[in-house]
Write a protein that binds this ligand. Sequence first.
Ligand code: ZN
Length: 491
Amino acid sequence: MAPVTTWDLLIKNVRVVRPQGHAVHGADIAIRGGKFAKIAGDLSAKSAKRVYDGKGGLAFPGVVDAHTHAGIYSPLKEDAVSESKAAAQGGVTSMLNYFRTGQYYLNKRGPYRKFFPEVLEISKGRYHVDYAYHLAPMDRTHISEIPTLVDKHGVSSFKIFMFYGSHGLHGRSDAQRDFLMIGPDDRYDYAHFEFVMRGVQKARERLPAKASQISLSLHCETAEIMTAYTKMVESADKLKGLAAYHAARPPHSEGLAVFIAAYLANETALPNVNLLHLSSRKALSAALQMQAVFPHIDFRREVTIGHLVLDVNSKAGPLAKVNPPIRPREDVEYLWEQLLAGNVHWVVSDHACCRHETKVAKKAFGNIWLAKSGFGGTEYLLPALVSEGSKRGLSYNRMAALTSYNPARRFGLNSKGDIAEGLDADLAIVDPSETWTIRAKDSQSTQGYTPFEGIELSARVKATFLRGELVCENGNVTGKPLGRYLHRPTN
Ligand SMILES: [Zn+2]
């Protein structure tokens, strides 16, 4: 005899958004053991232990925020809790966190075989959503560890910060060796980047079953151009705020870095390359040019929600300082044009909680040069994309691909990214017609301000489910941290 209850949870009255296709379908979603068990019209409530009324909202696959920085400016043990709560508020169910040795983060050096278990130990039981780490090989030892990091630790994606060798995180710097905490025999330069690429490719060859989901991400900006332009813009002292920072890190610095990255990827036969947070027309068009030159390289092009929403005239001023910088409106419009044309693969937050007291120098408020780089925004990623994307004719299906399916597949999260039987029951239920205004005080993030303050959105996340558990409803994060480490590629 069949048991009376078949499902742990039945979500009724939602419109299901799949990343493929061109429409949304009214359906019920049945969940069992943390997985989607059945998606069909009119499933019987009698078969479920619990029933949740979706109130006609859109059910998006849980957001995979593929670019976050928990632990950069505050201890990881604090950020993991508060910033993953903010993520849950925004319908994010997987955070992919960029991490490295050196200053900030854990403020220490050493091989990843020692460093990374400590990161995992701190993370355990603290995240409210599932999480994984991308790691940046900073020296030769780290390069030699790449195959082990993939195989033993489930880290299948790596990062290069192209400008860190001779330009600081927040501005000009002559102390990059101290910042990176690399030894006297190590250099963080183009040769190092080449050997990182060779190291990642070697791991792909050694682990053929995982190779398609092992990739390298690059922050594309060139130190030399930025150092020279920063000096010029600072001493001319004509431009202020975000316009000055944009001029000090000009778009051609990004474009040039994209060319160098692509050339080296071809030289090292590395086919999986992610070009992170392309912020300008020159950067994104350079990425498209390189795709045409090297068609055998599988480039993925990322943009952030900050670069899609803010421009240099944003009221936020120095609070919106970030690398690459917030750009003029014409660049923002170009990013949208290419996103609508299908030339952008995913949208992320680049969430880096940088509290007010850390962000801007007390005695120099408004001084862009003294402000720190980065800000949070994972909680606004999906609602802002739905709001702004709807105005511009982006389909819900493509929004689901851009925020969930595409990054999930690239980064080896094979149980995430779609609302389909057998996958993890991660969901963001969105009301696409609720108008509301962003206020930092409503966020669970400890940042305390947001460069998005005062922006009116027309879509809101009403509920977030992580593997079938309701983790956030109407902005309230409930329950213990249930987030699990995602050992990638997952099954
Ligand atoms: Zn970042």
